[in-house]
Design a binder for this molecule. Structure first.
Ligand SMILES: [Fe+2]
Length: 161
């Protein structure tokens, strides 16, 4: 698989794990609805593109159905290495992101809280950017999970938690 996931911890409050990406692979653009997240690169370096949803003027919730473009603000792409600070996301800030390898494999430690849960409307959705010349604002549209992206898993063999 292009991406391997090592499950470190999972309970009803949060998940912790390590993603390992082969060179040339990426975790495609996706979201974390109503969730917070932390990413710490522990091997190699990667490019992180992220987007924040634009608030609607009347504060109503955003339509995340297929076909409806979502208005977002683009953050500058971050090249993250092992010496970079933790990258954070919140329900409102940088909740949509794509993580790409450069020329080497990468590994990053990932914490999500609360966890993804389809029954509580926290499903992982995939998106593509609709071409837009505006550097700071753009639109995303929901897509099916890209066929070139799949994961396998490895057992965690680190210190007991
Ligand atoms: Fe993510």
């Amino acid at each position: 698989a292009p991406v391997t996931y090592i499950d470190v911890w999972k309970d009803e409050n949060f998940t912790m794990g390590v993603f390992v990406l082969k060179p040339g692979s990426k975790i495609p653009l996706h979201d974390h609805p109503q969730m917070y997240g932390l990413i710490k690169v522990i091997y190699g370096s990667c490019a992180v593109k992220s987007f924040s949803i634009k608030k609607t003027s009347n504060g109503s919730s955003v339509d995340l159905s297929f076909q409806t473009p979502i208005q977002v603000c683009r953050h500058p792409t971050v090249n993250a290495t092992t010496s970079s600070d933790v990258i954070t996301l919140t329900p409102d800030v940088a909740n949509f992101h794509e993580i790409s390898t450069l020329e080497t494999p990468i590994a990053f430690f990932d914490v999500l809280f609360p966890p993804y849960n389809d029954e509580e409307e926290r499903s992982c959705n995939y998106y593509k950017e609709i071409k837009n010349d505006n550097l700071t604002e753009t639109e995303l549209v929901k897509i099916d999970a890209p066929v070139e992206y799949w994961t396998n898993s490895e057992v965690y063999r680190g210190p007991t938690i």
